[in-house]
Ligand binder design. Sequence first.
Ligand SMILES: *[C@@H]1O[C@H](CO)[C@@H](O)[C@H](O)[C@H]1NC(C)=O
Ligand SMILES: *[C@@H]1O[C@H](CO)[C@@H](O)[C@H](O)[C@H]1NC(C)=O
Ligand SMILES: *[C@@H]1O[C@H](CO)[C@@H](O)[C@H](O)[C@H]1NC(C)=O
Ligand SMILES: *[C@@H]1O[C@H](CO)[C@@H](O)[C@H](O)[C@H]1NC(C)=O
Ligand SMILES: *[C@@H]1O[C@H](CO)[C@@H](O)[C@H](O)[C@H]1NC(C)=O
Ligand SMILES: *[C@@H]1O[C@H](CO)[C@@H](O)[C@H](O)[C@H]1NC(C)=O
Ligand SMILES: *[C@@H]1O[C@H](CO)[C@@H](O)[C@H](O)[C@H]1NC(C)=O
Length: 700
Amino acid sequence: MILIVAASTSTSLCGLRNLEELDIDGNELWGPLPSCFCNLTSLRVLIVKYNNFSGPIPSCLLSNLKSLEYIDFSYNAFEGSLSLASLANNSNLEALYLQGNRHRLEVNTEEPTWFPSFQLKEFTLSNCVLNKDAYGVIPSFLKEQNALRRLKLTDNVMTGNFPNWLLDNNVALEWLELNGNNLSGAFYLPSNLNLVSMTWLDASANIIDGELPSWIGSILPNLEYFNMSHNLFEGRIPPSMAKHCMSLTLLKLSGNNLQGQMLPRNSNLTNLAILDLASNNFIGDISPGILNSSFLQALDVSNNFLSGTLPNWIANFENLLVLMLSSNLLEGPVPLSLCNIKSLFLLDLSSNKLGPNIPPCANVTYMRFLHLANDMLAGHFPEFLLGGSSIVTMDLRHNALSGEVPSWIGSLKNLKFLMLQGNNFEGLIPLDLCLLKNMSILDLSNNNLSGQIPSCLKDLRFGNDEVSTDLYDALGMLIIVPGARVGSTFESEVVQFMTKSRLESYKGNILKLMSGMDLSWNNLTDFIPLVVGYLSELRALNLSYNHLTGPIPKTFSNLKNVESLDLSYNKLTGPIPPQLTEIYTLSNFRVAYNNLSGRTPDQKNQFGTFDEESYEGNPLLCGPPLARCDGSNLGQGTPPSFNHTREDDSWREAFLWSFAGSYVSIRIGFLVLLIDNSSFTTKMILAFTKFSKCYTKYFW
Ligand SMILES: *[C@@H]1O[C@H](CO)[C@@H](O)[C@H](O)[C@H]1NC(C)=O
Ligand SMILES: *[C@@H]1O[C@H](CO)[C@@H](O)[C@H](O)[C@H]1NC(C)=O
Ligand SMILES: *[C@@H]1O[C@H](CO)[C@@H](O)[C@H](O)[C@H]1NC(C)=O
Ligand SMILES: *[C@@H]1O[C@H](CO)[C@@H](O)[C@H](O)[C@H]1NC(C)=O
Ligand SMILES: *[C@@H]1O[C@H](CO)[C@@H](O)[C@H](O)[C@H]1NC(C)=O
Ligand SMILES: *[C@@H]1O[C@H](CO)[C@@H](O)[C@H](O)[C@H]1NC(C)=O
Ligand SMILES: *[C@@H]1O[C@H](CO)[C@@H](O)[C@H](O)[C@H]1NC(C)=O
């Protein structure tokens, strides 16, 4: 009898003594797995995956149910410990799956000593605490297994040498996944082997070293998926692999110490769809060895030492969706032919010496993510981008682009991350920018933009959008490799943005959550529009190093998500709105070097954590944590009149210097008289030193 249960009455099943197959996959069952299942001795198939079972897996399930052929315990919340020795006498067992139990289940395969009476064909043991008392050794019973076709032992913190014996013992092996462990030693393929069945091999994210075996191409001729990224491999890519592994659709060797030419010249990887060789030590040109891989969809060789120019033939890859060449030594102009790759989805040429021109490509229709930062681009804002209405990320930071930011930028409706930092853009911030409602990160810092901050920026959502979820999905884009089972997510979109005074890289889910506006280091003037305070989703706002005047808007207390707020180095006047203490998310706050007056906000909530640096350089500002004026009546004294300017104005500076000096010493005298306490005096002298330092910075 076969019963497939979709309801939630698992214990009521226990009466069914003759049940042979029990499949309760994908229900919302919870609590411990009923131990009365141990009485279902006729069971051949037991599938309890994708539920929420907790507690230990009753060991009687393994030892009593001698007819079991197929067991799947995956994706539950099992805890406690389980010894696979209980399985010893289940001579019919062919498949056992145990993964996705959130690293709470301890699995022991070594104690007590046991000998399996079965020959497994498929075995998965992942995300477990494996052999805790035996240093995470690879299950030794696998040495007696010679019929394995699929083996997955991932994320178990396994230690020891790469199990070359597994390949020796299991010539029919098709699928081997050992990624995410601490396996070390060399990956050594016995040279007399011929593993024709092997199509999938992933031992990424371990600490395997040595060279890739030079005869690999003749031993694994039918390999389709080969992921050895994030290990310690050195040496070159074996020519035998590049020539004979013609079925390879995915080759991922990123994050190793490989060297030499990126691919041998005579490579013939005709089925290759994804080639990821990023973060190695490859040198030389972008190798024409990839030319035979005409179906290439994604090429990532970023973070190497590749030099020369970007070859014209790059346009031969008509299906290319992803091209990542960042952080190499590539130089010269970007070839015109690049325009022919119409399907490009992600282009990252950042951190090379490419430029000064980008070809005026007509077709960026499908472009989503464009990274051209830290290159040598010059001239006006690239006009061909006008056609890029799908662009989500446009990163042109740190080039030498000049002229105005064109108003047609407002037609790039999908822009979400616009980064123009560190160019020479001038003129006003175009009002059309306010049409880009989906904006999450707007970085215009370090340019020569002038005029007022447009009030209409209030229209930008800064992350407050339910609309564009499809774009988020594009961040973890799916590349379907033709002619193979391989579906691979390419989570490569990274955006850099300065917040809390650190340049951070945002990726994946974190990127989805990040929002910020950085207009620092420009020549912006006039008042800060009140409505900036209504950008309640902003997490970072930086308006520092401008010439902004007037008060800090009280509306800023509505910035309920802001973590980093920098208004320093402007000409802001008036008090700091005390309501700002209601921004509980704030962890970085700077209003230094303005002409603010009155009292510092109460040192409550996170405002208790900000030190003098947040406030210094505002001579009229008073109260803790500033060491001066200690809550006395300083605010009522006649304010000295400072002209707040970054320009060099030596006579004024000299005047101010003397003024500031006497101003401070009078204060000190007053306070020392008032509070006759020697340690306090020391503090005031320190404050004076600090105060003078401020002036040096302030008028520089
Ligand atoms: C198994 O069945 C026996 C006899 O019917 C019963 O006494 C026992 O409690 C059952 N075991 C479990 C674990 O339910
Ligand atoms: C397996 O069978 C042997 C011999 O019958 C017995 O000694 C051993 O205890 C059994 N092991 C388990 C886990 O049932
Ligand atoms: C290859 O391995 C890395 C590290 O384990 C993993 O993050 C990545 O998803 C794998 N790549 C592909 C394309 O499957
Ligand atoms: C490259 O592989 C194709 C088959 O995919 C084959 O027809 C061709 O002869 C190979 N070329 C070389 C130079 O080996
Ligand atoms: C925001 O993005 C969505 C999804 O891509 C798009 O349909 C919409 O037009 C954009 N909204 C605006 C106001 O441009
Ligand atoms: C604001 O921008 C300035 C200049 O670009 C930078 O030095 C400062 O660290 C930024 N502030 C924060 C809090 O990130
Ligand atoms: C600083 O602000 C005060 C009023 O708070 C004003 O009298 C003074 O002129 C301002 N100084 C500068 C340089 O703007």
